[in-house]
Design a protein around this ligand. Sequence first.
Ligand code: ADP
Ligand code: MG
Length: 294
Amino acid sequence: ATPTAVTVGLGRGAAIGVLVRNGDALEAAEKVTTVVFDKTGTLTVGRPEVTAVIATAGDAARESLLAMAAAVELNSQHPLAGAVIRAAEKAGAPLPKSTGFTSSSGRGASALIDGRTVLVGSGGYLDELGVEADLALVAQAASHQQAGETVVMVAVDGQMAGLIAIADVLKPSAPPAVAALKKSGRRVVMLTGDARVTAEAVAGRAGIDLVIAGVLPDQKAAEVKRLQQQGEVVAFVGDGINDAPALAQADVGIAIGSGTDVAVETGSIVLMHEDLLGVVAALQLSAKVMQRIR
Ligand code: ADP
Ligand code: MG
């Protein structure tokens, strides 16, 4: 390889906010055949907001349901937790005291409130813990999920108590970035821990037609590996929340610089801006530099 062309390429990238770690990363980017995107905080802006609170006990119970859920989430680092806490603060109800906090990455969290066990998390998480589904609630969950919202279920002492719907808007740059990647002949995939219905609604808006949903954090890297075993050269784009191992497993890990420190450390390419067109720019830059070298 001609070091000069690589150096110039790395400099060009830096000038537009695309930090390529080294010449190897620059060389690999050109060969990418599949670009895998994380959903939350990568395709979406990562500032989730509560849009609905539904209590099985009726509307009068909504405020206390939200306050209980927030009391559980106080100890959780997940972006969804922040949305629940902000909504409860806005509603003004005092948060009850919670103890005995536990959390399960990519599933949810639990705590003891007034001697009762409160669970907040995905349908799958509550199901694993033996909470029986509530048919009316499942139907309401589905209608929010079809709108692309994430649904968090709440259970008290093993009984379904309600749900909280949370919306996170798509980045404006997602559709044009996906369109450009497809036009370059690459496969575009969404990989998320969220429910399939929600994931497909968001993917539809972004123009992504391949969705891998309901994937637990420790399985995201395995999904990337599976694509590689099918002969794909994979770029994974993520913000590092639950997806640092996938960033590391990919042939090219592209970290959103506004994401976590671990993402920035793990990514072979770091995008300094939230703009997903940076992914397109990185792959184009690689192609240009490699052309020059040949
Ligand atoms: P993503 O792949 O979109 O980043 P995650 O793997 O982080 O999603 O989370 C998957 C799902 O697990 C969420 O959609 C939510 O239903 C549930 N979940 C995870 N953490 C929490 C939490 N702290 N509170 C409530 N629900 C949670
Ligand atoms: Mg994420």
